[in-house]
Design a protein around this ligand. Sequence first.
Ligand code: DGL
Length: 277
Amino acid sequence: MSERRSPRILIFDSGVGGLSVAACVHKKLPQASIVYLADNAAFPYGGQPESVVVERCCTLIAKALEQYPCDAIVVACNTASTIALPHLRAITGVPVVGVVPAVKPAAAQTLNQRIGLLATPATVRRPYLDELIREFAPGCQVERVGHPGLVQWAEDLVRGLAVPQDELDNAVAGLRDAEVDTVVLGCTHYPLLLDSLRQSLPEVKFWVDSGDAIARRVAWLLAQVDKLDDALECNGAPNTPVLAALFSGGAPGGVASYMASLGLQPKTVTGSWPVQL
Ligand code: DGL
C-alpha cells in the first residue's frame, strides 16, 4: 500500500492578511503542508475592477497548483471570495473554501445586540453583507466601518513599522460611539492588528474573525476526500513548515520572521512570482 503524504493546502490573499487564516489552519492541522500565495503586485484588491481580480486570482492559483499540487484551496480574502469563487471552481476540481465576515457568530455572542463590522471600503459596500446581516443578525444594530488605511497598516506591521495608533483610534471612532460590545473583523488583514484594535476599543468584549471556522471547514473537506488521518488533526503533532511563501510583487521585508512569530516557518520565500506574469 502506498504511503499517504500529508495534505497540502494553498492559502491565497491579496497580501499578508491570509497569514492570519494560515495560522488558524496550521494550529488545527499542524501536519498539513501550507503553500502561501499573495497577489501583492495588485494589492489592494478592493481598488481593482472585478474582472481583474477574477483574472489574477484564477491565473495565479492555477500556476501555483501546477507547481504545488494541493488538496484544498483557501481564498483567504473577502474581496476575492465575493467575486472569484465561482470562476475558480470552474477551472479546478480542487475544493475551494472562501471567507465571509463572521456576522453569524458575532450575533450569537453579543450581549447588548450592538455589533461593529470592520471591513475594507469595498467589502462594506457589497450587497451580500446586507443579506448576511438580514439573515443572521436581524435583531442587532450593526455599525459598519469601511476604512482604507487598515489593510496597509497590517502590511506595514509585517515590515516592522508601528501601527499609527492615533489614526487607528480615529478610524474606529464610529464603533466606540455606537457602544458595540462585539466587533467582526471582516478582512483577513485585521486579526494582525488585534493588539492595536484592543487598545483603541478597550470596552469591546468579543472580537470575531473567520480563521478558526475556515480551519474547521478545511479539516472537514479533507476528511471527506480521505486526505486526513485522525492522527493529523491533533494538537501537539510535529509542525510542518510552510512549504513556500509566494508573492507576485516584492516579498515584504521581514515576512519570514513575522510568519515565524505566527508559528508559520517558511521553507522558502519568493518574490515576483511567477516571473512571467
Ligand atoms: N485580506 C483582504 C480581505 O480580506 C484584503 C482586501 C483587499 O486586498 O482589498 O478582503
